[in-house]
Design a binder for this molecule. Sequence first.
Ligand code: NAG
Ligand code: NAG
Ligand code: NAG
Ligand code: NAG
Ligand code: NAG
Ligand code: NAG
Ligand code: NAG
Ligand code: NAG
Ligand code: NAG
Length: 486
Amino acid sequence: MVENSGVLGWFLLNPKTPPFASHKTLFAFLWVAALASLFVWQRNTISGFLVLGGVPVQPPPKLRPVVFCLTEFGGVGDGVTLNTEAFERGVRAISKLGNKGGGQLTVPPGRWLTAPFNLTSHMTLFLAPDAVILAIQDEKYWPLMPALPSYGYGREHPGPRYTSLIHGQNLRDVVITGHNGTINGQGQTWWTKYRQKLLNHTRGPLVQILWSSDIVISNITLRDSPFWTLHPYDCKNVTVKNVTILAPVYHAPNTDGIDPDSCEDMLIEDCYISVGDDAIAIKSGWDQYGITYGRPSKNIVIRNLVVRSNVSAGISIGSEMSGGVSNVLVENILVWESRRAMRIKTAPGRGGYVRQITYRNLVFKNVRVGIVIKTDYNEHPGAGYDPKALPILRDVRFINIRGQGVRVPVRIQGSEQIPIRNVTFQNMKVGTTYKKKHIFQCAFVQGQVIGTISPAPCDSFDRYDEQGQLVKHAASQNVTDIDYEI
Ligand SMILES: *[C@@H]1O[C@H](CO)[C@@H](O)[C@H](O)[C@H]1NC(C)=O
Ligand SMILES: *[C@@H]1O[C@H](CO)[C@@H](O)[C@H](O)[C@H]1NC(C)=O
Ligand SMILES: *[C@@H]1O[C@H](CO)[C@@H](O)[C@H](O)[C@H]1NC(C)=O
Ligand SMILES: *[C@@H]1O[C@H](CO)[C@@H](O)[C@H](O)[C@H]1NC(C)=O
Ligand SMILES: *[C@@H]1O[C@H](CO)[C@@H](O)[C@H](O)[C@H]1NC(C)=O
Ligand SMILES: *[C@@H]1O[C@H](CO)[C@@H](O)[C@H](O)[C@H]1NC(C)=O
Ligand SMILES: *[C@@H]1O[C@H](CO)[C@@H](O)[C@H](O)[C@H]1NC(C)=O
Ligand SMILES: *[C@@H]1O[C@H](CO)[C@@H](O)[C@H](O)[C@H]1NC(C)=O
Ligand SMILES: *[C@@H]1O[C@H](CO)[C@@H](O)[C@H](O)[C@H]1NC(C)=O
């Protein structure tokens, strides 16, 4: 994956590379390269670990001075026995080792049913191949926790919310890793109860880490979360690398992949995400609560991902962004079979800002709407929000965008209240499925297009040539050409 996405990146950066006679050929090549890299990546992993009749050759590595196995604390991996106490005992043992470099809790192959439990600092949770941590489905086992301060609200219901299956707060130096073991939220019963309106509290995430720093999540699979899958909240220095996140793409409500929320210094790379909502959604709190809490998401790099979102978007910012979002780089991303590829969403009442956002080397394959900026996403935590708290949206760049089978490549919908400023497009060529006009839709947006882009941009942009010479001034920044019928 890593080597090959390098190749992918190279060709995206050099779209005029000679061997490719036409863009069609180039795209076909890119797509094959992207898929091939995915398969090579997955095959390597499997052949590396599961040989000799399914017996794992590679023993769990020793990643901390002290290593415990879950079975030492009475764990039984039969898929039926409840292991909550075994996990809690393991965590307690590790919590006593902090000043000695911490400890590792290895989860061996097996199916380890558990209720929610807490992590501790200086801890590595290691999932062996074929180790599956299974969440108990009965909500009676899921404790309630206070609402997050920047949401003021459970999110789906007022008041408290269910805790996450794996939870941590006020921690330092936590690693969740493995040889591609799985944390399975068994979300099906939660999704059904949510749809039938049988729940009185907001569903719990799969993994949630609050007010913590130096967090690494790598080399594992997360699947079927009841709610958002991985939710780092007000954390610093978080790395998510080589993680597979899965949920049904349909009828698995709010199963976002990763939600960096009021987080600083975060890297997400080399992941495959296919879920029932946004693959990634960068957030920073909701309306008056988020404004008061005032913690932005900033310095975030998201790269080398393959993502799919049937109902929402590949990579989103918002809609809860009231603490602000800035300095985000999104690069080398393949979005396939999705409703939207990249989306920034906000509304009056949010306050905050979204700025210094760069998207580079993106490939869209069969997506309905490629790039979306939406300023009327009117979902609010009750009635107490200030409609005059207007978010600022500016300094957004799109560089090297390719695509095929896209219905509406661009829909940027600012408003008189929330105009969008300084948007740049450079080097874009997206093949469309719908040969009508108005597939580059704009309203209240100001910015520039550098070089030629396809499809042709709306008249809201100043046009420059490749050498940076102004070719044509924008005609009509405030004209509205948004058409949801397409
Ligand atoms: C890890 O396991 C998941 C689900 O079992 C699988 O889809 C994925 O290909 C595996 N990832 C790697 C890197 O082997
Ligand atoms: C986890 O820690 C939080 C915060 O200290 C606490 O409120 C909660 O009860 C703990 N949960 C469990 C399942 O032990
Ligand atoms: C990704 O994780 C798998 C195990 O889940 C491992 O075999 C593989 O080497 C990892 N790849 C990278 C680039 O770390
Ligand atoms: C929700 O509240 C109702 C009314 O108090 C109660 O009958 C029901 O059991 C609750 N449901 C859950 C899942 O807690
Ligand atoms: C970030 O966290 C990683 C993993 O714990 C650690 O190795 C690194 O030193 C941290 N970086 C900073 C700048 O603190
Ligand atoms: C992922 O697994 C590979 C193969 O075991 C290992 O080399 C690498 O260090 C791991 N990466 C992380 C970030 O844990
Ligand atoms: C989403 O899934 C439905 C049902 O499988 C399918 O009909 C639809 O085409 C999918 N949408 C996208 C954008 O892939
Ligand atoms: C426009 O945004 C770019 C980054 O995308 C930034 O470098 C530049 O300074 C901004 N220009 C203005 C006039 O704000
Ligand atoms: C477009 O609308 C914005 C915000 O309402 C305003 O500041 C700007 O002057 C208008 N521009 C034009 C060209 O009318």
